[in-house]
Ligand binder design. Structure first.
Ligand SMILES: CC(C)(COP(=O)(O)OP(=O)(O)OC[C@H]1O[C@@H](n2cnc3c(N)ncnc32)[C@H](O)[C@@H]1OP(=O)(O)O)[C@@H](O)C(=O)NCCC(=O)NCCS
Length: 166
């Protein structure tokens, strides 16, 4: 699916909130807010992140013009991370892969990191399709699972040039 990225608008937030309260998505992502249904915390979190000029936060529009989800890059220069969430109605149609590819095209920072629950096969696959490679294993407390689980770290390295100097 072709997607378009644009700046996040206030009117997008209720859609993100609903998407990020989908029980299946929450279980999958695992490392979620302690209470994803707390709208006040959600609003505060988004307001803070949108105010931070170092963050690149984008709404993902599907080919039908509707909001498929969001994708973002955040964090200090040495720890820049990507994150994304696609609403369940759009799963399995290439939206996350297309959105991450677009985002990587507008954010030149490398390396970039990503974290996922080790059993989030969809997210790991999206990252690998976009050039990230598995670089680490950690354990972390996953609010959505109520316990510590395996987490993987993936890295998109500096681009290596094919050019050989003479
Ligand atoms: C994980 C997620 C981003 C995948 O989005 P998507 O738009 O369905 O992904 P794509 O259609 O681009 O799929 C990319 C690849 O992942 C695979 N994939 C997608 N979901 C999968 C799943 N649940 N299990 C196994 N593979 C999956 C697809 O088959 C495809 O691989 P292929 O091209 O080799 O066939 C989406 O399910 C989601 O947002 N989930 C909830 C939030 C979340 O987990 N965010 C990431 C936190 S790290």
């Amino acid at each position: 699916m072709d997607v378009t990225l644009r700046e996040v608008r206030d009117a997008d937030l209720p859609v993100f909130f609903a998407q990020m309260n989908d029980p299946e998505g929450i279980r999958m992502a695992a490392f979620t807010a302690e209470d994803p249904s707390d709208r006040a915390l959600f609003d505060a979190h988004w307001a803070r992140n949108r105010r931070n000029p170092e963050n690149v936060m984008r709404t993902v529009l599907a080919d039908d013009g509707e909001i498929a989800g969001h994708a973002a890059v955040f964090g200090p220069p040495e720890e820049r991370e990507v994150t994304y969430w696609i609403g369940r109605a759009y799963w399995g149609r290439g939206a996350a892969t297309a959105a991450l590819r677009e985002l990587l095209g507008v954010v030149p920072d490398r390396p970039l990191y990503a974290r996922a629950a080790a059993d989030n096969a969809g997210s790991v696959r999206v990252l690998e399709k976009c050039g990230f490679v598995l670089t680490g294993h950690e354990r972390g407390f996953a609010n959505a699972r109520g316990e510590e689980i395996d987490e993987v770290v993936l890295t998109l390295a500096e681009q290596t040039s094919d050019h050989t100097s003479d």
